[in-house]
Design a protein around this ligand. Structure first.
Ligand SMILES: [Zn+2]
Length: 437
């Protein structure tokens, strides 16, 4: 029997309440045993995890794989390669492609490309409305059957309250989350950075925080009697955290995600017309960063998501107004989350792992059949990430596995890095030759 033993690590599996030193044994692509000490037999492959954390494969519920239509910036295969490099075994790609992922055939296309790439698993998030145009509901039932793991018009908001109510009702029936990109369009036409003195000084159109808050507030109210899983994507401001906190205290099925850049950067980064800092929603003020971190610390925000948004070099080289929004995130996320959340003592490693495994798995319906991801449960398919929490490294675009390298974090020193990534028991990353191939 072909066995892989991930030996001697600190095994953390939040869903099963596991946090202890031991071995994880994988047989025929599935977990055979978790914890305890395994005897190494003849022919067993051994991955040395001493000094490392061994946890369920990391899951990112918000990436842009750019395929079809944006292949010069990223493809499903290169996105899946970047994911593995960052320690992610599963990523969920947004439907704002060209054409949009808005029907069952496009959902199946993502699965096909993902399978062919043989790196991380890439799961499709379907569009809420046809063409992401906001007027007519997409075939969400057929798309769910085909495997869409959630629904969003990301890049744009579902602006119409009438369409939103319909969407919430249908998605409640098919048991999928509505992931909202919260941006009231009439408050943000031509907006490129946070509203305030910096935008005035730079002569750039401001983007008020209320444009985000007003959508969250509306959606929570619309959903009150419907009870669909409602998810706020990339929270950027303090008011949004407050709204989510109140809704959750009220027992409503509301979740929210935070991205590395909103946990670490402010609008100051836009100074000098730095297009690497142009992102949607925009970087805000320090008070917003502090509020988002506090929201993570008190359990208001339960999911971490990169919003990995690759763009070709020549587009980010345009002037600030014309450059596209977004930054890459998959290969830098882990070290940045550690810097923002673990190093200041806001959360510990088990909580960080919960926010990157079982919580996004539940949001995207990956925990149950047919996928059964997000845990180290015996019998399930073995997606595992091994993290060296002490490895210090510098963010360097020249080694990125993804196709694009647009990030404002270039040159940052971070600590904590994936050193082993295993998908279905197969080694996809062994950074330092710890064994097991
Ligand atoms: Zn978005």
């Amino acid at each position: 029997m072909d066995r892989l033993i991930i030996k001697g690590g600190r095994v953390i599996d939040p869903a099963n309440g596991v946090d202890s030193t031991g071995d994880v044994v994988i047989e025929a692509g599935a977990f055979a045993s978790v914890g305890g000490s395994a005897d190494v037999g003849k022919g067993d492959r051994v991955f040395d995890a001493s000094g490392c954390i061994v946890c369920p494969g990391l899951i990112d519920p918000h990436v842009h794989a750019r395929e079809p239509g944006g292949e010069e910036a990223e493809t499903i295969a290169t996105c899946a390669a970047a994911a593995v490099e960052g320690g992610f075994t599963s990523v969920c790609c947004m439907p704002n492609t060209e054409p949009a992922l808005d029907h069952a055939a496009s959902v199946k296309f993502v699965y096909r490309q993902s399978k062919e790439a043989r790196r991380a698993r890439v799961f499709p998030v379907g569009a809420v409305t046809k063409g992401r145009e906001g007027s007519e509901l997409a075939e969400v039932g057929l798309m769910s059957e085909a495997g869409a793991v959630g629904f969003s018009d990301d890049g744009t908001v579902v602006a119409s309250a009438g369409v939103m109510v319909k969407a919430l009702k249908y998605l409640a029936m098919v048991d999928r989350a509505l992931m909202q990109h919260c941006q009231e369009p009439t408050l943000t036409s031509n907006s490129v950075m946070n509203s305030g003195p910096m935008a005035v000084r730079l002569g750039l159109m401001g983007w008020p925080a209320v444009a985000e808050e007003v959508i969250i507030e509306r959606d929570i109210r619309l959903n009150r009697r419907i009870g669909c899983s409602y998810h706020v994507q990339h929270v950027s401001c303090a008011g949004s955290v407050e709204l989510v906190r109140a809704a959750r205290a009220d027992g409503q099925p509301v979740t929210a995600e935070a991205s590395p850049h909103h946990l670490l950067l402010t609008e100051d980064m836009c100074d000098g017309y730095n297009t690497m800092a142009k992102v949607n929603p925009p970087l805000r003020r320090q008070a917003d960063v502090d509020a988002i971190r506090a929201g993570v610390a008190d359990g208001t925000i339960t999911i971490l998501a990169t919003d990995h948004a690759p763009h070709a070099k020549e587009l980010k080289a345009l002037e600030f107004d014309a450059a596209p929004f977004g930054m890459v995130g998959l290969e830098t996320a882990l070290g940045l989350y550690v810097k923002a959340l673990v190093e200041p003592g806001l959360i510990d490693w088990p909580k960080l792992i919960e926010m990157m495994t079982i919580n996004p798995a539940r949001l995207c319906r990956l925990e149950g059949l047919p996928h059964q991801l997000g845990t180290l449960t015996v019998g399930r398919q073995a997606d595992v990430t091994v993290i060296d929490p002490a490895e210090s490294w510098q963010i360097d675009e020249s080694v990125f596995a993804g196709k694009s390298s647009n990030t404002p974090f270039m040159g940052w020193d971070v600590t904590g890095r994936a050193v082993g990534t295993f998908v279905g028991g197969r080694t996809k990353l062994d950074r330092h030759g710890r064994g097991g191939e």
